[in-house]
Structures are given as structure tokens and as C-alpha cells.
Ligand binder design. Sequence first.
Ligand SMILES: Cc1ncc(COP(=O)(O)O)c(C=O)c1O
Length: 405
Amino acid sequence: MTTETEGKTRQFIEQAERFGAHNYHPLGVVLTRGEGCFVWDVEGTRYFDMLSAYSAVNQGHCHPRIVKALVDQSRVLALTSRAFHNDRMGDMLEKLATLTGFERVLPMNTGAEGVETAIKAIRRWGYRVKGIPANEAEIIVALGNFHGRTTTIVGFSDDSDAYSDYGPFTPGFKQVPYNDLDALAAAITDKTAGVIIEPIQGEAGVMIPAADYLPGVQKLCKENNVVFCLDEIQTGLGRTGKLFAWQHDCERPDMIILGKALSGGLYPVSCIAADDAIMSVFTPGSHGSTYGGNPVAAAVATAALDVLIDEDLCNKALALGEHVKARFDAELTTANLKETRVRGLMIAVEYQTGVAHDAAVALQSQGILAKDTHATSIRFAPPLVITKAQLDEALDIIIPTLNSF
Ligand SMILES: Cc1ncc(COP(=O)(O)O)c(C=O)c1O
């Protein structure tokens, strides 16, 4: 590292700290380029990206097919609003309906907007189909959830950093412990319209529920005429080794929310998918978004889905995840290890003590970018395009480093 490049890093960080709001605490690395599973900082150092922008970059950084779709469509027609049809949205909707197995898809932009859309759909369905008295619908969520940052969504988070002093919050949400079917059964009433949970809690530290949890939630929802909605924004689109994480455990839910990798990291694209019985509660004017379903988003999402399928990224993630698990089981020997949690390439290593941040910093200094969560856990989620040889190269650094804590 030369003094000149060190100066560049300092300059970019100081600029961000001087002019930006301090709502993040990033690692001290300034990235300037990405390709596949690698990113480079302004000093020219190459890193394995083991975060993938929280699983938005499943297809790898700057995938040429997705970049081409973005560039080509931007040159022709970028935004129409939904006041008019455009000739790209239909392909995306049809592809999504086919892949998800749902009759209808409603496109939005960010993940949080997708979750808000699901909340609206569930509430309307609760009043108009289930017959819940006006303004009394309840939605059950799980403790430890992360569904985004809007005021409604943080209102049902139990992370005080996320919700403190943003109240008053939207009423109508009940929290129950995750992975606890008795608690869920006890919380359901005649006024329960839906349950929204993550099939694996990502931000909570890759918390994988017991194998009977999702089938149990599904059964309770069916028995009580409650919409079973899975937030697959982080787990979906290949991350866990299946196209959707629910495919590991249960039957298709009543609704899913997708985001992040729906664009391969090039553009914010999210959606909800459900059958007509729920989606028909939306009528013209009752919901929308200026950018939702725009031609660039549609072209990008269509290409991002094609890449997932054509490059068989789900099966790749499944096989590579098994390889990671085997190497962790054989080679992670630190006495401070509590457990590892691996499903596809959604991976966490949990320590008994709060060393995760120090471990992330130590990994950074050796060319590995990973993210600590809740003091004791460190998460790994490489782009699914990573090869076995590249993964082994990364693990040859990661495992000894983790063993030193
Ligand atoms: C499970 C889940 N839901 C929702 C969101 C929110 O997505 P966005 O940041 O695009 O609003 C995230 C983001 O991390 C997430 O992991």
C-alpha cells in the first residue's frame, strides 16, 4: 500500500463521514470495482466478497448478461410509470409467475416496499375475503425478524437500534418467538389475517428453524384460514441451494416476497407473488409505485432470473454449501466455536464469545470481506457463481483465521 493510495482510502471515507448521515458503520475499505465473486478497493487490493450485498449479488458482481440488459434497455426506454403499458414488464411477470408457481406478481422496487405490499394485500384479504371487522386485522411476525426499514416494518422489529424513537407505530402486529409452533398457535385469533416470517432469519444470524417449523406454520395457517407469507428477499433465488428456501421444508406458501437478487444487484427490484384469491384484492388505484415494473427493472430482472437458471446456480449453491459444511466440520477446531449454520451458501459461524467483529477485521486484512452479526456470529454469503477452486482458496484463509479466535 503506497502513501498515495492510503490517502485515497482516507479521502473517500472522510468525505462520506463529513457529508453523509452516520446511519452505517462500514468496514474501513473503499471498493471501486467488482467482477464475479471478487471486489477491488481503491488501492488495487482484491477481496473475496463473502457478503454479496446481503445476498443481492447472487449472480456475481456486474454479470455481463445483466449489465447488457441494463445498458441496452436504458438506451431505448427507461421509465413510463404504470399509467401506460411497457413492452418489457410482461416477460418479467410471466417468468416470475412460472418460476414461483403463483398466478400473479406485483412488482415494486426495494425489499421493504415488497413487505409493505404484502402487508396491504394480507390486510385487504382479511377484511374483504375472511371478513375480519374493519381495522381489526392482525398480522403475526417473529421475534428476531428483519423485514426492512419503513416505520411500519420497524414498528414490529424487536431490535431497539431499528425501532427506537421512531414511534408511534402502526398497530395490528403481534410478535411471537421464532421456531415456536405453540407460541404461534396461541397467538392466532379470529382476527388473524396473516403470518409473515423469514424461512431462515438472515439478519438474526442465519437462524435455521427446525425441519417441522415451516410445515407446522403452514398447517396452522391452513387450519385457521390465515395467509402464510414468506419473506424470501434474502433466502430466495438460489441462496440456500433451492430457488426458494421453502422448498427445503414445506409446500408452496400462500404468498412470497422477493427482492435483492431479483436484479442480480444492478437495480432495486422487488415483488410479491400470490394467487388470484389474494392478489385480486388490489384494484386500480389501490396500490402502486412510479418505478415498480419499469422497463429497465423488468429487463434487468428477466436477465437476472435467466442467469440463475441457465447457470444452474441453485444446484451449485447446494453442492458448495455441503462442501463448506464438510470443511467446517473437519477443520474448525477453535474451542471458542459454538456452532456453524449452513444452508446452501447462506452460512454463519457462531462463537461463544463476542469476537465476531475482530474476526471480520482480521479476515478483511487477508482479502476476505465478511460481516459480523450480533457480536458472536460471522456470516458468509459469497456470490453463487464462485467456483469450487475459488471457494477453497477463500476457505484456506477463512478457516485458520476463524480458528485464531
Ligand atoms: C429478509 C429481508 N426482508 C426485507 C429486507 C429489506 O430489503 P431492502 O433493504 O431492499 O428494503 C431485507 C434486507 O436485508 C431482508 O433481508
